[in-house]
Design a protein. Structure first.
Length: 331
């Protein structure tokens, strides 16, 4: 595993700075739920994170909730918690493969300095995207010139297992994967392994209320208590099984001894029917040991049946414990 490093933004000659400190972009920024504030010199700033506002200006910062998530896209529900995406390097840039609208594979330059994701005009044409009369976006590129870019809604953009639906993108001359797609993830790069790691952030919708958290804790404690009781019951079952097995071995040893004595007695009667008389006590001894062996056989069968029953109960307890543990994993 290579060293985890911060994602580099695109080289300056390719970066499109969609979000820049200019009043021309202020309406779209406010629609996206940004904070605005002015420094001592009266310069207007904006950010999508309250933590990025200097402490001295936070009290006077303004926030607009109107259309806060408009155009931001929705993370697909089946997006995994952790996603590993292989990337290639082109010059000083990171390039990842993506799929547009479930059927158009393309390559994006990863740009953490771009707030909006950009696709090409050819992509928009191939997908039949309609700009829908949306107002264009104005922004500055690295040479200081201003450009106007059309906007369109992309039904699906997927990078590996990460998929965003209904993402509003801009249409330009290159493909840039911007922060509007990446904002749901913590990003790291495995430089040695050539892997981009995306870990889902916990959104406000996913944060649990205190009552829910407390109920989960109570449920977890109850399940762990049940598991503890099951473990004790299983331990007692295994102890009983060992006693039965020990008893079984003793009975089988008794049976083996009885069979040895019986065989000896039978050897003494092998001339029965000849002119040699048979000792009556030997015949009674044979009958005695035959009865004893029959009783021992019944005891052996009973012990084996009891062991099987106990083992089945252990399996049932193990299954119940596995189920409780799976419930704990889901909490």
């Amino acid at each position: 595993m290579g060293e985890a490093v911060r994602l580099p933004s695109m080289p300056s000659f390719t970066r499109l700075t969609i979000l820049c400190c200019t009043v021309l972009l202020l309406p779209s920024l406010l629609d996206a739920g940004f904070y605005t504030w002015k420094d001592k010199a009266g310069t207007l700033h904006f950010t999508d994170s309250a933590d990025a506002i200097p402490a001295a200006y936070r009290r006077d910062a303004q926030n607009s909730d109107q259309g806060k998530d408009a155009g931001a896209g929705v993370l697909a529900k089946d997006t995994p918690q952790r996603i590993v995406v292989h990337f290639e390097r082109q010059d000083n840039a990171i390039v990842v493969q993506a799929v547009l609208n479930w059927n158009l594979p393309v390559f994006f330059h990863l740009d953490t300095g771009a707030s909006c994701t950009m696709i090409t005009g050819e992509d928009a044409l191939a997908l039949g995207l309609d700009t829908g009369g949306r107002p264009t976006v104005k922004g500055y590129i690295a040479d200081g010139s201003m450009v106007e870019l059309e906007r369109a809604v992309l039904p699906s953009l997927a990078v590996g297992g990460a998929e965003v639906h209904n993402l509003e993108v801009v249409i330009g001359k290159m493909r840039l994967l911007g922060m509007d797609f990446l904002r749901e993830f913590h990003l790291t790069v495995d430089a040695g392994g050539g892997q981009l790691v995306l870990e889902r952030k916990k959104s406000d919708r996913e944060r649990e209320a205190t009552s829910v958290s407390e109920e989960k804790t109570r449920t977890r404690n109850e399940l762990e208590n049940q598991i503890g009781q099951i473990e004790l019951a299983m331990k007692a079952k295994w102890s009983f099984i060992e006693e039965l097995r020990s008893d079984l071995r003793e009975i089988e040893e008794k049976k083996a001894k009885a069979e040895t004595v019986l065989n000896d007695a039978r050897q003494r009667t092998r001339f029965e029917g000849s002119d040699i008389s048979v000792d009556g006590s030997t015949r009674r001894s044979i009958e005695k040991y035959e009865d004893a062996i029959a009783r021992l056989d019944r005891c052996i069968e009973m012990r084996k049946n009891e062991i099987a029953i106990q083992q089945k109960q252990v399996e049932q307890l193990q299954g119940k414990m596995d189920y409780y543990e799976s419930l704990i994993m889901k909490l």
